[in-house]
Design a protein. Structure first.
Ligand SMILES: CC(=O)[C@@H](O)[C@H](O)COP(=O)(O)O
Ligand SMILES: NCC(=O)COP(=O)(O)O
Length: 247
């Protein structure tokens, strides 16, 4: 098939908030690695896990088990700190997505300021690349940030969809334009944050986007429908939206 709708669209399932539930009681369940296995069995194309500096959800041992036990690409989200770069170099996940982190934040509130921190980010990107990781930068859909991501040597940008999910005016246009710009610079384009059954279609229909990473909604909805069912439904919605734009 040719045309814009023929491009690949993968679903990466973020299992962080299975670990949030586990950590609420300090025991071993629910197990985020078992959730990852179920998600993959239901059609997830990859697993995303964010090792926060404060270890509020995913822990080092979870990542080691995800790497050893899950037969799907692992996308490790991380801050660009010396500690995290060393862990990623040891773990060698398929991809490393560098995100901004503020210890007191409830969630990842915005994208990385790549243009303002290019000098400090470039060595981390180079180190991770040298270890064979595909480096992704989690950025707002801002033309300056897209250009800076290409300039520091990233292979991928993940566009932060949080403002879009909150209904900010004009955000879908910014996402479309940023995706087009990134693809024209040779970057692979991903997107994620705050996506749900109700808002995923317009983002999935952006032809340059190759991957969506979705977590909080899927884990929450799984309480009602089961994890396998919500992963299947999300993939179906994404692929239907993408098919709707094929020429
Ligand atoms: C970077 C990102 O968007 C995800 O990691 C998401 O933030 C889930 O983790 P938190 O809810 O801890 O931010
Ligand atoms: N990078 C975005 C991600 O992994 C999932 O974000 P969310 O769906 O948990 O908001």
């Amino acid at each position: 098939m040719t045309g814009p709708g023929s491009k690949i669209l993968r679903l990466g399932v973020n299992i962080d908030h299975v670990a949030t539930l586990r950590n609420a009681r300090g025991g071993s369940g629910p197990d985020p690695v078992a959730a990852a296995a179920l998600a993959v069995a239901a059609g997830a194309d990859g697993i995303t896990a964010h090792l926060r500096e404060d270890r509020r959800h995913i822990r080092d041992a979870d990542l080691a088990r995800l790497r050893a036990e899950i037969r799907a690409p692992l996308n490790m989200e991380m801050a660009a700190t010396e500690e995290m770069v060393a862990i990623a170099c040891d773990l060698r996940p398929h991809a490393c997505c560098i995100v901004p982190e503020r210890r007191e934040e409830v969630t990842t509130e915005g994208g990385l300021d790549v243009s303002g921190q290019a000098a400090s980010l470039a060595p981390s990107v180079a180190t991770l690349r040298a270890r064979g990781c595909r480096v992704s930068l989690f950025i707002d859909p801002d033309p300056r940030q897209v250009a800076a991501a290409a300039a520091v040597g990233a292979a991928v940008v993940e566009l932060h969809t949080g403002a879009y999910a909150e209904g900010v005016d004009g955000e879908i246009t910014r996402l479309r334009e940023a995706a087009r710009q990134a693809a024209s610079l040779g970057l692979e384009v991903h997107a994620g944050h705050g996506l749900s059954f109700g808002n995923v279609a317009p983002v999935a229909a952006i032809p340059e986007i190759a991957e969506l990473n979705i977590g909080h909604f899927l884990i929450g909805q799984a309480v009602f429908d089961g994890l396998e069912s919500v992963v299947r439904e999300m993939r179906a919605l994404m692929l239907a939206a993408r098919a709707s734009i094929s020429g």
